[in-house]
Each structure stands twice: as structure tokens, then as C-alpha cells.
Design a protein around this ligand. Structure first.
Ligand code: ZN
Length: 236
């Protein structure tokens, strides 16, 4: 019997946690990779460990499949980015119409490193939480970009590389709904309690949808998605 396997790009945020759950549901062996590139907030990196521990503790059927976690340090990415995620500048929309949280080409680099790591680990399916429906329109989150990259990586590694993005065409309400479908209330509670999305790294304010400042674009998306999903749930 062949063992199916995947490598999940995992940041400790809501989206990548749902992607990880989705991979654990579908594959026999799943490893995770995270990137440290000078993010302003250690909060994100702490969330990764907390979420992995919680998944292991609360979902024994997934714990058996969850393998090694890898952390790659990419300081060059922080050095060449003048953005709100890595520096103390205010989050706003830039002249190009992209928010200042944009790190140019970030996902291209992440997937390229993940593919190289996967090659060594025998993991040819890469899973990421990129999504075209977010307000932000990051060009490196587009399906075309990522599927073309998968083709380039397959050629460059002379091995088939697949990139899966389970959230590509669903919105934040859909992400909550998918979490519930995959792991019920237990997974929704885990995401609320343990994941982190707030751009400001705020873990002092607890809302129904989790921790965060409540006003940054990431909190806005998460809160609106939650309200929409809960509204739909109550209407059913
Ligand atoms: Zn926030």
C-alpha cells in the first residue's frame, strides 16, 4: 500500500490551520513547514506550536498522521521588504492598490523552499492557504501564479510537484464552515482559541472569533467571516 503524504505551509493562522486539518483528513502522513523572515511579532511563531500541540491533544486520529514540523529562516526576505509585517509602518493601501502588508513574491519563495524541503523528505504535494477571494488581491496568491509555479518546480526538480490550495475560491465565512465540516465544534474552538491572524500581534483582546486588535484588515476579515458564518448557521 502506498502512503499518501503532503507538506503544509503552516503559519499558525486561521487559514493555514484549516489547510492542515484538510490535509490530515486526506493524507496518511503530513509534515508542516513555517518561515521566519523577521516578522514583527513572535506571537505568530508561538501560535504555530500552540496549534500543533492542540491538534495532537484533541484529534488523536490526526495526531497519528502528523509528522515533523520544519522551520526555515529567511532573513533576506525581511531585508528586502518595506512592509507593515516586518517593520513598524502603518498598514495602508499603497499607490499600486496593494496593502502595505504585501511582501513582494513571498509565496513564490515559500513554495520554492517548501518544494526543495519536500524533495528531500519525499513529499511532493504542497498545501497552502492562499485565496483569491480576499480583499487584498496579492498577485502571488492567484491560482494561475501557483499552478504555473508548480509546473516550473516540477521541471526544475525533475519530479512531479503538486500545489494544493483548498481555500482558493472560498471566502472567510466559507473557511469557518470548512473548519466545522472537518473537525466540528472542537476544531472551530481550537481555531478561535489558539490560532493568530491579527497584523498587530494583539492577544490581549478576546472576541467571539478569537484574539486580536479588532480593527486591522486581518481582524476585519476574520470577524466579518465569523459573523457571516454564524448568521448562516443560525438561519439554517
Ligand atoms: Zn488586528
Amino acid at each position: 500500500m502506498t502512503v499518501s503524504s503532503a507538506l503544509v505551509l503552516f503559519s499558525g493562522g486561521q487559514d493555514s490551520t484549516v489547510c492542515l486539518a484538510s490535509a490530515l483528513q486526506r493524507y496518511d502522513r503530513v509534515e508542516t513547514v513555517g518561515f521566519h523572515y523577521g516578522q514583527r511579532h513572535a506571537v505568530e511563531l508561538e501560535a504555530r506550536q500552540r496549534v500543533l500541540e492542540a491538534l495532537r491533544a484533541k484529534f488523536p486520529q490526526w495526531a497519528a498522521k502528523l509528522g515533523d514540523d520544519h522551520m526555515l529562516t529567511l532573513p533576506a526576505l525581511g531585508a528586502i521588504s518595506d512592509t507593515s509585517l516586518t517593520r513598524d509602518t502603518e498598514i495602508q493601501m499603497s499607490a499600486s492598490g496593494l496593502p502595505t502588508t504585501f511582501v513582494p513574491g513571498r509565496n513564490l519563495l515559500f513554495f520554492t523552499y517548501a518544494a526543495a524541503l519536500g524533495w528531500r523528505r519525499g513529499l511532493s504535494t504542497l498545501v497552502g492557504g492562499m485565496c483569491e477571494t480576499d480583499y487584498s488581491g496579492y498577485p502571488d496568491c492567484r491560482n494561475d501564479t501557483l499552478q504555473t509555479l508548480a509546473k516550473a518546480l516540477s521541471l526544475g526538480l525533475d519530479a512531479s510537484v503538486t500545489i494544493e490550495t483548498p481555500l482558493m475560491y472560498i471566502d472567510k465565512a466559507g473557511t469557518w464552515a470548512l473548519a466545522h465540516e472537518l473537525g466540528g465544534d472542537a476544531l472551530v474552538d481550537l481555531i478561535v482559541e489558539d490560532t493568530h491572524t491579527c497584523y498587530l500581534g494583539d492577544r490581549t483582546h478576546r472576541h467571539a472569533w478569537g484574539y486580536g486588535c479588532g480593527t486591522c484588515p486581518a481582524c476585519d476579515l476574520r470577524a466579518n467571516g465569523w459573523a457571516q458564518w454564524r448568521g448562516g448557521e443560525l438561519a439554517d
